[in-house]
Each structure stands twice: as C-alpha cells, then as structure tokens.
Design a binder for this molecule. Structure first.
Ligand code: NAD
Length: 348
C-alpha cells in the first residue's frame, strides 16, 4: 500500500467513549471471545515475539509500567499504572493507553485508550488459561475482589468457557453489591458471599482480583480443595501477592513469561528455579496442562505485553470503516521529509 505522507501522519485514536461504543457494536461476549482467540493465536507464535519483562517505575503507593513487544510486523506498547490506594480517592487502580506501530516505517497506526481494553484483555487471558487448565465440568467460579476487573472476568468466563454461576466476595460489601447489580440480566447466576470460604464452596474455578500493596493471603492452604483451577491475577508486582505460599507450593503453576512472573507473580514467594510451565506451551500442545482431576492448577497471571499487542491489533482490525475512532494529528510529516523546519516556519 503506497500511502501519501499526509495519510500516515493521521493516526486513528480510539477514545474511552469510542472503545465502549465499539464493545457494544461487536457485543460484549463476542468481543471477549474474539480477544481470547487473538491471544491464543499470538501465544501460538510465541517465538516470533520480542519479549522482555515490563519496565516498572515503583513508588511507595504504586507502579507505572511500560510494556513493549513486537512480532516483526507490528510493534506495540502499553503504558499502565497500578495504584491500590486510588480507589479510596475515587480514582481507578489501573489506567492505561497504548500504541501500535508499523515496524517497516516506525509510524504509529493506532493510539488507543487501554483502561477498558486492559480489563477486557485480562479477563480474556484468564478465560484462555481456564479453558486449557480447568476441569471439563467447571461451571461455577468464585470471584474474590469485586472491583473494576471483576465483572469482565465473570463475563469472559461465560463467553469462553460457558460458566453459569459466580460466587462473589469482597472485603467491602459495597463492591459485591455493585458487581451483582452490573451482572444482573447478563445470563449468570450470581451469589453474594460473606466470606472467601463461602465463596469458594462448590466452585471449580477461583479467580482472585484484589488490590493491595502488600503480600496478602486471600486464600490459605486449608481453603483450597483438590481439582480446583485458580486464576490469581491481583498479585502482579514485587511485594504484592494474594496466595499463601503453601497453596502455590502444592499447585501446578502456569505462567505467561517466566522472567517477568518470577519478579511480579505469586511465584516471587518461591525459589528462583521453582518449576513452572509456560502457558504458550500448553496452548500449542508442547506441554501438558491439567494432568489429573485432583490436581490444583494455578494460573499466576501478571499480564504480559503480548496480550496487549493482541488487543491492540484486534481493535485496529475492527475500527476500519467505522465511526469508532477519530484521526489524531500525531505525526509531523512534511511533504519534503528533510524540511521539518520549513513546515514549522510556514505555520506562522
Ligand atoms: N494480571 C493482570 O493482567 C492484571 C490486569 C489488571 C489488573 N490487575 C490487578 O488486579 C487487581 C484488581 O484490579 P481492579 O482494577 O479490579 O482494582 P479495584 O481497586 O477496582 O478492586 C479491587 C477490589 O479488591 C478488594 N479487596 C482488597 N483486599 C481484599 C481482600 N483481602 N479480600 C477480598 N477483597 C479485597 C477491594 O475492596 C476492591 O473492591 C489489582 O491488584 C490490579 O493491579 C492485574
């Protein structure tokens, strides 16, 4: 495609408003299922990608991170923060935006909000892990931590894995009430619970998405029975975990990218060589997922750049010829590439 310079200078921008309209246009469950598929496709070509642990800038109250990757054709990065204290101040714990670029020119081809998109892709990722690791009869999920991520996690599990029941728990019952109200009418049986023990009763899947800056023990060893699949997604930073070490020790552990997860995930509690299986190996059939009905499988999800790349590429493919973006005058692109100064001078 031989685009004129002026066309390349205008970068499609998907605002929060347009992302929400795009989600409804496609359909929430279809969007989640599509995203899950895109993630699987990209995980299946794992070797092609540039991979590096994300770059975090830590403070006493949170972290700001950059998450880059490339498949040689496109390059993507996400800016994301994690500030557990924000929620009490009326702000989001996690906010994000991202860019997708053409490796050939280095020009961006998409600039997008990613706060909503991160919640969608994180949920799709948990659903992919659950699809490959949970027992076949898993229809009930305990959702512990009923904040911003929670409804997305529940809907993705319904869309991808056909779960029919969620059991909710949060230390703040107002969060559970909000989650219940949001899930009403979306095809799930929703049961509020007064304790984490009650929430995990009869659940074959447990998803934890709590936010705290410390090492938490949302689940202790005696709480978790055999055969359960756990998605632990809230422990995603050095010094920020959700599971008691003993559960981690008796689980078969599956991760995205070990060099990042060993710093950020539940396995930061374990020895540096504690055995883990990379999820892409299970997706491609290179490694086995669940080996027995009684095994506890743990997806130690921290969020990896390839998932954001998949999400950005999906959004990029879906906005063509739609009203769900605006052109952003982002790239200075004079007709004569050596006359950047002249372009500025003539703009007076
Ligand atoms: N792995 C990933 O890819 C990924 C992606 C996005 C967010 N996250 C993480 O997921 C977590 C949740 O994010 P969010 O945006 O929903 O945050 P949020 O602040 O909106 O919600 C967190 C909820 O956890 C509850 N909570 C805190 N401690 C608890 C406990 N001990 N027991 C039960 N509930 C408890 C809070 O009351 C709150 O309702 C954060 O830690 C965030 O960093 C991970």
């Amino acid at each position: 495609m031989n685009l004129k310079a002026s066309e390349l200078a205008m970068v499609p921008f998907v605002s929060v408003d347009n992302m929400m309209r795009l989600v409804h246009h496609i359909g929430l469950e279809t969007f989640m299922a599509d995203l899950a598929h895109e993630i699987e496709v990209d995980f299946a070509r794992w070797d092609l990608f540039d991979k590096t642990p994300r770059l975090g800038s830590h403070s006493d109250v949170g972290v700001i991170e950059l998450m880059p990757t490339s498949d040689g054709t496109h390059y993507g990065f996400k800016y994301v923060n994690g500030h557990p204290k924000n929620m009490k101040e009326g702000l989001q714990t996690v906010t994000a935006f991202g860019v997708l670029s053409d490796v050939d020119t280095g020009y961006p081809v998409l600039f997008s909000e990613m706060t909503v998109l991160t919640a969608l892709r994180t949920a799709a990722m948990s659903a992919v892990a659950t699809k490959h690791l949970a027992g076949a009869d898993a229809k009930t999920m305990a959702m512990i931590g009923n904040g911003a991520q929670s409804e997305f996690q529940c809907i993705a599990q319904k869309a991808v894995n056909g779960i029919d029941t969620v059991r909710l728990y949060d230390i703040d019952s107002a969060a559970t009430d909000k989650c219940m109200a949001n899930l009403a009418g979306l095809g799930l049986t929703v049961i509020p619970c007064a304790s984490p023990e009650e929430a995990i009763e009869g659940a074959q899947i447990i998803t934890t998405a709590t936010a705290d800056k410390d090492m938490q023990t949302i689940l202790t060893d005696n709480m978790v029975g055999s055969g359960v699949h756990i998605n632990a997604i809230g422990g995603d930073c050095p010094g920020k975990t959700e599971l008691h070490r003993d559960i981690v020790a008796r689980s078969s552990i599956f991760v995205e990218y070990p060099p990042q997860t060993r710093i950020e995930g539940e396995i930061q509690q374990m020895d540096p060589d504690h055995p883990v299986t990379e999820l892409w190996e299970v997706i491609t059939g290179k490694a086995k997922g669940r080996k027995s009905a009684s095994e506890i499988t743990l997806f130690d999800g921290v969020g990896f750049a390839i998932e954001d790349f998949s999400a950005l590429r999906y959004v990029h493919s879906k906005i063509k010829n739609t009203p769900f973006y605006i052109d952003f005058d982002l790239i200075a692109d004079p007709d004569d590439p050596r006359d950047l100064f002249g372009m500025v001078k003539r703009a007076r």
